[in-house]
Ligand binder design. Sequence first.
Ligand code: GTP
Length: 597
Amino acid sequence: TELSRIRNFSIVAHIDHGKSTLADRLIQSTNTVSEREMKEQLLDAMDIERERGITIKANTVRIEYIADDGELYVLNLIDTPGHVDFAYEVSRSMRAVEGSLLVVDSTQGVEAQTLANVYQAIEADHEIVPVLNKIDLPAADCERVAEQIEDVIGIDASDALRVSAKSGIGIKETLEAIVTRLPAPGGDAAAPLKAMLVDSWYDAYLGVVVLIRVMDGVIRKGDRIVMMGTGGKYPVERLGVFRPAMQNVDELGPGEIGFFTASIKQVRDTRVGDTITHEKKGADKPLPGFKPSVPVVFCGLFPVDSAEFEDLRSAIEKLALNDASFSYEMETSAALGFGFRCGFLGLLHLEVIRDRLEREYDIELITTAPSVVYHLFMKDGSQTELHNPADMPDPSIVSHVEEPRIKATIMVPDEYLGDVLKLCQDRRGIQLDLTYAGSRAMVVYDLPLNEVVFDFYDRLKSVTKGYASFDYQMEGYREDNLVKMQILVNDEPVDALSMMVHRDRAEMRGRAMCEKLKDLIPRHMFKIPIQAAIGGKVIARETLSAMRKDVTAKCYGGDATRKKKLLEKQKAGKKKMRQFGKVEIPQEAFISALKMD
Ligand code: GTP
């Protein structure tokens, strides 16, 4: 296809503002698929994505459209992941296109997530066309939302499109705007091949499918290619485009977006952002900006039923094949048995993986409290990463500890602002900015990631009755007074309950934890001290008093069935207990104690 007849674009939107519905409409109205083939929400393939209303894997579709000027245009839509955990994936797919439709719900206005993604689009030099969606609803307020787009985002919204993706209003105008307002791609067909790896996934029939954007040169079926970042070399077996079903083509030239397969065994062998060129007469320099994504949040995953460990192992291995940003290694915990320490891009990524393990593989899991990666600077000058608080070395050999910080953007209706500021302050936040857009406030905070991975999002939702929107980006590492807090039950340290805390908050945390454990651990025949300690110094203490008599003594001997029931219940309860020195701790105590409120 001639470059001047190609338009590549993505759709930027906050969750539920209508991205998928609009994409479906564009596809439908150009007869890219027949009505019969048209499933609702075509672009969101996975069940979990659909249910949670998020898009994880970038998908793409090639739309052919005859514009008002009578010419046939090829419009390539790349669907970007909507969540901040996948910021790097978003930035890559943004680099693969020249323009964006910015979809904003005209009854709601701009949200924090919209901002994060729109900034990525601006950074990628996109031409941006604002689309005010849901104008069929009586609450639509296009004037106000257009003004807000100008105030908050700072782009011209005077000729924003007015659309109802649901009832099909403004769809034709949107297609025309894509053709007339977005730029055509550049590129040189005669130059050595440079194609960007935008995404890849595993297909049961085809193996690994690689989504690419050709920048320069031409890729043909049968070519021998090399991935410049990983060094992998492959012959191109199948080349094609998505309409949205796969359709084979013989070649893809500059500006085009399509896929290839090449007997690549696992998704891990392909890295988003890598440059693909020819093995012979290839490009000498890769495209700029390639970086493999690194996990920032770690947690332990253990099977509730220890007999399911092998099932968990095979499920995790399978998921990892398809997700290069998910890492895992085996872990043993005296309290929880055998499991895995897993690394994720963020909390949502963690939740998605955990959900898939539970749902698709039917394994019940215990998730330990998420922890971030700390940088440890040792007195001997060496430096290491700490993924698990239990592994924190003796403080006497550690010079200092650095923790990851984030820049969080929160948008919230005025009346909840006070609560949000308090929450951020309580979490060791530093306020960077506070601005208003109408009756909504936008606050920007510098926060320790550690304080956010715990339960920040839940708290934020509850103090704002669900009205706040939240987004964050990693800001780098900073030193702080961080220590490992240990929990001792009957004078024995329980590793699964260790956590890194700020020194100033340690007492509070320790006290809360001991109080909780006191309720969660059943009484024994002896007194049990429950303590929180930092490097040998006890900072909080509770005592679980001894049980005077056998539980069944209460039953006065008379009621035999009641006595039997009680004993059975005790026996069933035993199974889920873990022996700790002389103390038995119920499994659920480990989870509940770590979930602080
Ligand atoms: P995610 O896929 O979750 O990121 O959301 P999305 O932005 O793709 O939103 P989606 O298209 O799933 O739409 C969210 C909800 O808004 C759905 O219930 C749609 O039916 C509804 N919706 C989308 N467009 C319109 C519209 O123009 N008018 C009305 N009334 N509802 C709409």
